[in-house]
Design a protein around this ligand. Structure first.
Ligand code: BGC
Length: 936
């Protein structure tokens, strides 16, 4: 088969239905929802026309042609009438009080000022409408944690007044939360709100899903992937989250989210993990429990007792016995989602829970089994079935007579210095008192014995004409191919080029694999990756489908629906020649204020892992690859590249690593991105324990590992302050195979990193040839099974699009200002960019040829800010330059392009702002194909 079809109607429908299923209804008093036929709705909240399709940062930069907001979605419902006058009032106010787009990357507002609504207006509206629907919207994102301010985690004063006024005047008030993170929910009780729904940030079609739920076309079945507590201070991680710029101590240890609340403070919970209402009622009957073949199996009949059809998520929780190790009172051991059960109908579902899902990690051998590792302590294992962790009911138990070691694992990744962690001291009556103890520290330095895990160096042969395709088709071995690589090749293959490398699809995050002329000549494909995770980020300005965000997906508790949706995305990637998506992000919602929670899934590692595995299977099925990120313990954005997560081996194994392990072992993930942060003082990008011991030696991962963009590495791993972007040697030694990203990767740039010098002049303590050959094998084995390899072999698939909503940007580009040039011209620009701004200029050249365009400018944004600038000639994108923050210093960024005609109109487009361009120098470089020519 060399043709496939992407039906955009099916893709869109899949996204809408997934978001419907991710909508979580927390209240529906007096059955105010669904809205009955003919309901007149007063729609409040200025964000009714500014829906947040996603959070901010790299995961939110999918260009779309249109976002269906909630007003548009509801307006499309024939059964609902929106109050036209109120919409006019909002439109007028909105025009007078425009949205504050913020200063750019990492500096966006968490919310927009709300329009005040007088009691008089509200009364008038309540007289002619049946229901008030209020939208509260929030955003946060990369480089931008949410905050405990009003207008962020808390409601703003105007929002409070709005809720107060409207709920007093209307009999029925519904609140919709268009948010990426959970927010303070005390308003529900305070104002007696009848219905509340987390509609999350559900991509470009989000408003349509909201409309289907409110109108009752779809029955909500989403459940909370996080626990909502009464107060922010109730979360155990609040004590340390972002309190110290350099280090975040994970003192709460394994007691994250519901694990904490179920053990200690259940009464602090407003809405528990797993909670979500429906328009119908379900009953769980005929429960069967068994424990055999190393797993627990529970079957149950889900009966729909109500009047409308609906789906139901069923969760199984375990309570492990008290013993030497503290245990959370509940741990999610499995879940299942029914299909659509008609009123009065039923469905039997089965949940299987292998022992590892509820085992504990003994990180100092205290259970007496002779090692550290995953253990089951003796005693009674009780299981609970239901949805949320509080109301789930006992379903069965089994007794274990002996402490049992499931998997003996060393102390890899353990802290090097002690700190206190939370423990649970049993009171004997099923309740627990909080205690604390020192975390066990590392007992082995695995790095010292690293050469024992490296295969002998492969003698170099020079180029024998073996191509990578010969290896793929079994004509040669990978070792024979790698033997041909020179030291230069070995040092360059571990570099990625970006952002906006001209070697791959324009406007993407990086090119990797066959980056240099020499590697390409040997048949190594040039691979292309881009963000991720909720659709493709194409900084060329090209449009792509924007999908529901991670938290919304997790709320579905439906792995099949997520898998189906991501299969479409896989095909869309193929049609853009993108081999790898930088996502899913599978860090844990350790704290409600983490800015990137919208990209991630949940506070629970199993739910996160199974959702990630679904996406991995889907993308791989389509022929492309996800890059699971950020490995690991990247749970805050504040000072993310400078901070260390101080975390016990146990918390890593039970909370922060399992999602990665599941995505790899159950999903088949082949690509991992390490994180910016340090883990117990060592940078993730060069963390030997993480990238070799845990990932490859213990989990059997055979794929490729890349760094996050411009990650820090520290050669002297214990001296955190001594980091650099160039110490690729120790990155490679740890088996993080590719450094992302370098501006240009060719032989000329060989000495821009330390690897070549270390290899040829060093004593082998930082890198050896055998290790670099191992990195090359990791990269090449991965590269061989990619669409880019198919292209090298001339086997590219043809994608037929049905009803593609996106057409290529038809931008009118015109200017009267032309600069004439011979060999060089400098143009003073003084352009301060803002979101959507274009800088248009014309060049009149006297010869055809390649020209360099060097832009000089600065940005006051943070160093990791990504401000793409797409350079078009007329409407054809020719280059993308990504600016980072420069602390106000002037820097020069260069692009190369061909000028063929005499008068060329250029457009530099900024999808987001924050850069000031001072000048531009255009320089003639060389003729086209070596032939001097007059421009046409
Ligand atoms: C983010 C990654 C992202 C990368 C490329 C980094 O700043 O942390 O998640 O994939 O940029 O855009």
């Amino acid at each position: 088969m060399n043709e496939i079809t992407l039906n955009w109607n099916e893709y869109t429908e899949s996204a809408i239905m997934t978001a419907c299923e991710g909508t979580v209804m927390l209240e529906n008093n007096d059955n105010v929802l669904p809205l009955k036929k003919g309901t007149r709705v007063a729609l409040f909240g200025r964000m009714q026309t500014h829906y947040y399709k996603s959070g901010t940062g790299s995961g939110g930069m999918v260009n779309v042609n249109h976002v269906t907001d909630i007003r548009e979605g509801l307006n499309d419902c024939p059964d609902i009438t929106l109050d036209a006058e109120l919409m006019d009032i909002y439109d007028k106010w909105d025009a007078e009080n425009p949205i504050d787009a913020g200063l750019g990357w990492g500096k966006e507002a968490w919310s927009q000022p709300e329009m005040p609504v007088s009691e008089e207006l509200s009364k008038t509206l309540s007289a002619r409408n049946d229901v008030a629907v209020i939208i509260i919207a929030r955003t946060a994102g990369e480089d931008r944690d949410n905050s405990s301010d009003k207008g962020a985690y808390y409601l703003s004063d105007t929002e409070e007044e709005l809720l107060d006024t409207v709920s007093k005047t209307f009999e029925k008030t519904v609140v919709l939360l268009n948010v990426g993170n959970i927010i303070d929910m005390r308003f529900v009780k305070k104002y007696g709100i009848k219905a509340v729904l987390y509609v999350w940030q559900a991509g470009m079609t989000g408003g349509l899903s909201v409309a289907r739920i409110l109108s009752g076309k779809v029955n909500p079945s989403g459940c909370l992937p996080d626990t909502i507590a009464e107060s922010l201070d109730d979360y155990a991680s609040s004590a340390n989250f972002c309190k110290d710029l350099k280090e975040d101590v994970y003192q709460e240890d394994i007691f994250v989210g519901y694990r904490y609340f179920s053990t200690f403070d259940k009464t602090d919970v407003l809405y528990p993990f797993g909670f979500g209402l429906s328009y119908t009622d379900f009953e769980l009957t005929d429960k069967e429990f068994s424990f055999e073949d190393g797993k627990v199996t529970v079957s149950v009949t889900v009966r729909n007792k109500g009047a409308v059809s609906g789906k139901k998520a069923v969760m199984l929780y375990c309570k492990a016995p008290d013993g030497k190790l503290s245990k959370p009172a509940r741990v999610l051991a499995g879940f299942a989602k029914t299909g659509n059960i008609t009123a009065g109908g039923e469905e039997r579902v089965t949940i299987e829970a292998p022992l590892r899902r509820f085992a504990s990690f003994d990180d100092d051998g205290r259970t007496g089994l002779g090692s550290t590792g995953f253990v089951l302590e003796k005693g009674t294992y009780e299981f609970f079935l239901g949805s949320d962790f509080i109301s789930a009911e006992p379903v069965g138990s089994f007794d274990l007579g002996e402490n049992t070691m499931l998997e003996a694992l060393g102390t890899a990744l353990a802290p090097t210095k002690a700190f206190k962690r939370l423990t649970a001291i049993p009171n004997g009556d099923g309740t627990y008192t909080k205690g604390e103890e020192d975390v066990p520290v590392a007992t082995v330095n695995y790095l010292e014995s690293r050469m024992e895990r490296v295969r002998p160096e492969i003698p170099q042969t020079g180029d024998l004409g073996i191509k990578l395709a010969d290896v793929k088709h079994g004509r040669n071995t990978i070792e024979e191919f790698v033997a041909q690589l020179t030291d230069e090749d070995l040092c360059l293959i571990i570099r990625g080029e970006g952002m906006g490398s001209p070697k791959v699809t324009i406007g993407t995050a990086a090119a990797f694999g066959g980056v240099t002329r020499e590697l390409k000549a040997m048949g190594v494909p040039t691979l292309c990756c881009t963000d991720g995770p909720s659709g493709m980020r194409l900084d060329s300005g090209k449009k792509a489908f924007s999908l529901p965000n991670g938290t919304c997906l997790a709320s579905t508790f439906n792995v099949e629906i997520v898998e189906e949706l991501y299969t479409f995305l896989g095909v869309e990637m193929l049609s853009n020649r993108i081999d790898a998506l930088l996502g899913p992000g599978i860090n844990i919602h350790r704290h409600p204020l983490n800015g990137r929670n919208f990209e991630y899934f949940s506070e629970d590692p199993l739910l996160t892992g199974l959702m990630a595995a679904a996406q991995v299977r889907a993308l791989e099925k389509s022929g492309v690859t996800p890059v699971i990120k950020h490995f690991c313990a990247n749970n805050r954005e504040t000072h993310r590249r400078e901070m260390s997560s101080a975390v016990s081996s146990r918390a890593l194994r039970e909370i922060y690593l399992p999602a990665f392990e599941i995505a790899i072992k159950e999903g088949g993930a082949r690509c991992v991105m390490t994180s910016y942060n340090r883990i117990n003082d060592i940078y993730s990008a060069c963390h030997y324990d993480q990238n070799t011991m845990v990932l490859r030696e213990q989990w059997g991962f055979k794929g490729l590992v890349m760094t996050d963009w411009w990650a820090y590495i520290n050669k002297e791993v214990t001296i955190a302050e001594k980091y650099s972007l160039e110490d690729h040697s120790v990155m490679a030694r740890s088996q993080n195979d590719v450094y992302m990203v370098c501006t240009s990767v060719e032989r000329e740039n060989l000495l821009e990193a330390d690897t070549y010098k270390e290899l040829t002049e060093g004593d082998g303590s930082n890198i050896t040839r055998a290790e670099l050959q191992r990195n090359a094998i990791n990269i090449l084995n991965f590269a061989m099974n990619t669409p880019a390899m198919d292209r090298v072999e001339g086997k590219e698939l043809t994608i037929n699009h049905v009803d593609n909503p996106f057409s290529d940007d038809d931008v009118e580009v015109d200017t009267d200002v032309f600069y004439s040039m011979e060999d060089e011209v400098t143009i003073e620009c003084k352009t301060k960019t803002s979101r959507g701004k274009d800088f248009v200029f014309g060049i009149t050249c006297s010869k055809q040829g390649y020209y360099s365009l060097a832009f000089t400018g600065y940005s006051n944004l943070g160093e990791l800010a990504q401000v793409p600038m797409t350079l078009y000639i007329t409407s054809i994108p020719v280059a993308v330059i990504t600016w980072n923050g420069t602390n106000g210093e002037l820097v020069t960024k260069e692009a190369e392009c061909m000028m063929y005609t005499k008068n060329c109109v250029f457009r530099a487009h900024f999808p987001s702002g924050g850069v000031s361009i001072k000048s531009l120098t255009v320089k003639y470089l060389r003729p086209i194909d070596g032939v001097e020519g007059q421009p046409e």
